[in-house]
Write a protein that binds this ligand. Structure first.
Ligand code: OOB
Length: 582
């Protein structure tokens, strides 16, 4: 296995192979098989409806792209940062790299210089594939600037519409082409790509996913969702995210011979038009998008959504009241999905009673998934009681990439991953998410590490100390609230200034504080740590619809309301925000 990754113990791996979970089939080879099976059927459709790619064409496209990458020195074991919008090109790039045994490292299009720089560094990537013009952010200009500062320059490939003249070291993805070469000898038990962790640490960790484990995940979830060649999947969430990529999402649909349609934004105008035009049968979204779509449905959108059968909702807690509106108001079957880039997935099932679908996050997708609900000492709690979710199984990692110290804390000695989620199991084994102990804000579906944002806020000269907590929000579930203790004798910086600072430091927009609270001192726990629970309770009380505000100097919004943008393609459900100039 790739250096820096933690393999499953040999006896466990042998068990997964014997049970048929791991079949020794590399993902690049699977595409070849799908092309033989499904030939001239359509595999991918771009949002504009003009780019339509059959299985056979996709197979050829990947071969030529792989040859072009190989000619530019990209080979087996090398890492490539992939940061692309939802387009057919994204899939072609992934499979071209899989065929070479090169490893995509998935970044979100919303990521900026700070995240991109860290990921290039941590992964040791030799190349970065990024979007051209028309995405609302100049990724090319940012890459030019970053290149000047970087000790080790990487090749840059520009997808979509590339500027007419590209700087030295930049290549238009459209020019990457070559006559197919013999595919690399890829071991399916080795790493195929890296997903990003939803970060408890200041900087995201890389999650190695193997060909074997991911192929299994796609197959098993496609089976549960009943996918077949008539399935049409709408990729609404950013494709680099585990949920749309393979739960069953894009890869699960291709495995079944169905069609994948790409949406460039989660806005109902775009998505409903695509559902109608392409007869979409299923999609996966976050609760914030459910809010958006229900609001549009209530207003009457004039689109025929009759083809849509299944709506998977996950990545953040779906409240029962919202869940209950999905069937009646959108005319689709709801499936709750709890998941993590690290592995474990739980789904509610087609034949579950309404109660289970509306109130639980379902049960594991694999009979080999092991779940332990543990107390703070790691001892299992009795069934029905809440504790931390620990898990291991045939598609759950055994260690983050190049992170031995963190791994020692994040995994038990017997290989269970400590998720940081607080859950309970119902009498019939359904998982219910009750909260979390990890220091993460789940904004829409985006995971924001409190530690990361606190570090950047602390860089402001007028900030003595910062603490970031989740603030309840009716549409986003949670938003980012920063508590600030100003430097002695200094005025508290206004929120707009803090947001500008974080942006200038290259942080993705979805991590910027939505609200800033100024206090003289932080409440402390018995162990003299900042009592974040107390801060979270304070902001919850202040933002509760009926209760008056309490302590503190109050928010420093000074007329500046944070925008609603999320990485989920610019969800603006919370709307009504005026954004300060960048
Ligand atoms: C998905 O993956 P990540 O890696 O972005 O985030 C994982 C975390 C979980 O540990 C949990 O804290 C939270 O997101 N989460 C949920 C949830 N699904 C995920 N919290 C409450 N309810 C849910 N249904 O978010 C992800 C990956 C694959 C499929 C679906 C979601």
């Amino acid at each position: 296995m790739l250096d820096g990754c933690v393999p499953w113990p040999e006896d466990v791996a042998a068990k997964y192979r014997a049970a048929g979970y791991w079949r020794g089939e590399p993902l690049g080879m699977l595409l070849g098989r799908w092309a033989e099976q499904y030939g001239e059927r359509e595999a991918l459709v771009g949002a504009d409806g003009c780019s339509r790619v059959t299985y056979r064409a996709l197979d050829r496209w990947c071969d030529r792209l792989a040859a072009g990458f190989a000619a530019r020195g990209i080979g087996a074991g090398e890492r490539v940062l992939v940061q692309l919008p939802n387009t057919p090109e994204f899939v072609a790039v992934c499979f071209a790299l899989f065929r070479l045994g090169a490893l995509p490292v998935f970044a979100l299009p919303a990521h900026r210089a700070a995240e991109v720089g860290h990921l290039l560094e941590l992964s040791g990537a030799v190349a970065h594939i990024l979007p051209g013009t028309g995405t609302g952010y100049d990724h090319v200009a940012a890459a030019v600037e970053a290149r000047a500062r970087r000790a080790r320059p990487v090749q840059v490939f520009v997808a979509g519409e590339a500027p007419a003249v590209l700087p030295e070291g930049f290549t238009a993805l459209a020019d990457v082409d070559g006559d197919p070469v013999a595919p690399a000898d890829v071991d399916a038990s080795d790493v195929a790509f890296f997903l990003l962790s939803g970060g408890t640490t200041a900087l995201p960790k890389l999650i190695p996913r193997t060909h074997d484990d991911y192929a299994y995940q796609c197959r098993v979830t496609a089976g549960i969702c009943g996918l077949d060649a008539d399935s049409v999947y709408l990729a609404v969430l950013p494709a680099e995210f585990n949920f749309p990529f393979g739960c069953p999402g894009i890869l699960g649909t291709l495995h079944a011979g169905g069609r994948v349609v790409f949406a460039l934004s989660p806005q109902p105008e775009e998505c409903f038009a695509l559902i109608e035009r392409e007869h979409v049968t299923f999609t996966s979204v976050i609760p914030t998008i459910v809010h958006l779509w229900l609001a549009a449905a209530a207003q009457g959108h004039g689109r025929d959504l009759g083809s849509l059968q299944l709506l998977q909702v996950g990545s953040a807690k779906l409240h029962e009241e919202l869940a209950a509106r999905i069937g009646p108001e959108l005319g689709v079957r709801l499936q709750q999905v709890f998941g993590m880039a690290e592995g474990l997935l739980t789904f509610t099932r087609d034949d579950d009673p309404a109660d289970v679908v509306l109130r639980t996050q379902g049960r594991p997708v694999s009979e080999a998934d092991e779940i332990r609900v543990a107390d703070p000492d790691g001892r299992p709690v009795p069934r029905g009681e809440t504790g931390e979710l620990l898990t291991r199984g045939p598609y759950t990692l055994r260690g983050y990439y190049r992170a031995p110290e963190h791994n020692a804390r994040a995994f038990t000695e017997d290989g269970f991953y400590r998720s940081g989620d607080l859950v309970r199991l119902t009498a019939d084994g359904q998982l219910v998410v009750e909260g979390r102990i990890k220091d993460v804000v789940i904004r829409g579906g985006d995971k924001v590490s409190a530690t990361e944002v606190e570090g950047h806020l602390g860089a402001h000269p007028d900030v003595q100390q910062a603490a970031v907590v989740a603030m309840p929000d009716p549409v986003w579930g949670e938003k980012v609230c920063a508590y600030i203790v100003p430097a002695p004798g200094r005025p508290a910086p206004p929120m707009a200034a803090l947001r500008r600072l974080l942006r200038a430091r290259g942080l993705a927009d979805y991590k910027l504080p939505d609200r800033v609270e100024v206090v003289d001192a932080f409440p402390l726990t018995g162990l003299n740590k900042v009592d974040k629970k107390a801060l979270a309770a304070d902001i919850a009380a202040k933002t509760a619809p009926t209760r008056p505000t309490t302590a503190g100097h109050g928010p420093t919004t000074d007329g500046d309301t944070a925008g609603g943008g999320g990485s989920a393609g610019g969800v603006t459900a919370a709307g009504g925000g005026r954004e300060e100039a960048a």
